[in-house]
Design a protein around this ligand. Sequence first.
Ligand code: ADP
Length: 287
Amino acid sequence: EERTKDAELKSEELQAAKESLEEKARELLQSSKYKSEFLANMSHELRTPLNSILLLSEMMTDDPNHGLNEEQIEFAKVIHSSGQDLLNLINDILDLSKVEVGKLDIHFEEVNINEFAERLNRHFMPFAKQKNLEFTVNVRENAPHSVFTDEQRLQQIIKNLLSNAFKFTEKGSVSVSVEEAKRQEYLELSLGKEADTWLKVVVADTGIGIPEEKHEEIFEAFQQVDGATMRKYGGTGLGLSITKEFAYLLGGVCKVQSREGAGSSFTLLVPSLPEGLSELEEIRVKE
Ligand code: ADP
């Protein structure tokens, strides 16, 4: 009899512990939601005055009739480029907090892959020329003609990856390869079903590379390999966490392969067929 009493007591204790944990989890979730909502609102309010700063400082550098001397024009340029940095940061924070409160709109549509690649090529060629790097966007023969996804988010992902590639590469090349993922690749990641087709985009560079132990960290917000105290490269440390979240929203995943000093390659896998997407959407709704 004593034993049953003991067992009852134990199970009551366990139940109480479980309830208190659940309560804690709810509180945490709620406060994290408040935080994200606050960030989303703040970011929005910050953008309005910042836009005036950007517009006016640009006008000051543009128009020779403002009567500014050379030094003043230089100052106006610094104001403008610092303002631009701040705007980028705010936009990144806004995107991330929108993801967290589930307010990021995604619109699936048919995206033509050749046109998509051509736009990337045009946008990034000037960066390549500026740094004297070879740059290629290669749409492979097996690449799907078009995919069904959110074009804007897909572009943001690849642009984040490419901006990093150009930032962290001083000589050699940056390349983008677009192809259909092999069955095994997405099965390995337990993504989707056998019948799905997946788009694979690989952004590779011959830059400084990323040490193995940082491969997970860099996808977290505000994490940079060179750390806050010895920051050599600009940036917010938010690009890759946005990339990771967006990849997930599109039903896919982004992963890295890299070694310190030996370049990096980031692979994005996203479903390319509507059938695949509709199944994933169902899963999301259930969650
Ligand atoms: P940011 O580039 O603004 O610092 P990211 O989240 O895009 O933020 O990247 C986080 C960090 O990951 C970078 O600061 C850098 O240390 C590392 N990293 C990302 N891409 C590359 C790359 N192609 N080559 C080397 N390091 C990279």
